[in-house]
Design a protein around this ligand. Structure first.
Ligand code: HEC
Length: 109
């Protein structure tokens, strides 16, 4: 195989990999427990801190067109904020919260 062909294959496999990740996006939240996610957010007063930053009901902090553009990034941000609260959430709890935010704000497909 020539060097050129090699990089073509690399390119194709990266592309396929991205497509799979993309397809997993919505699937990431498919099994999530929305009512668990919603009550975790209330219990842990996620909005209290967000309100202190952006006012209103705090939901203006969620910017679907902003930095967070993938379900994985959303999940990572929920992780980061829950670490801020010193919560030790289980992965499925983080996922449940991210799923609720996705349903109400980010709407990733
Ligand atoms: C100690 C304050 C604080 C707490 C508590 C907090 N957050 Fe946040 N959160 C922030 C700040 C500040 C940002 C904006 C960060 C930035 O723009 O870099 C943010 C941003 C976010 C974002 C990304 C918004 C966007 O679209 O860019 C999500 C999602 C989020 N928080 C979820 C949560 C959840 C869920 C909880 C409760 C488990 C929570 N946060 C608790 C301070 C907090």
């Amino acid at each position: 195989m020539s060097k050129h062909q090699g990089s073509l294959w690399l390119c194709i496999s990266v592309l396929l990999c991205c497509l799979t990740l993309h397809a997993q996006g919505a699937a990431l939240f498919a099994e999530a427990d929305h009512s668990l996610g919603a009550s975790l957010m209330v219990q842990n007063k996620c909005s209290a801190c967000h309100i202190s930053r952006v006012g209103g009901d705090g939901s203006a902090i969620y910017r679907p067109q902003g930095r967070i553009r993938t379900p994985a990034a959303l999940t990572a941000m929920v992780e980061r904020c829950s670490t801020e609260l010193n919560l030790s959430l289980f992965p499925d709890e983080v996922n449940a919260i991210a799923a609720v935010l996705n349903r109400d704000h980010y709407k990733f497909k």
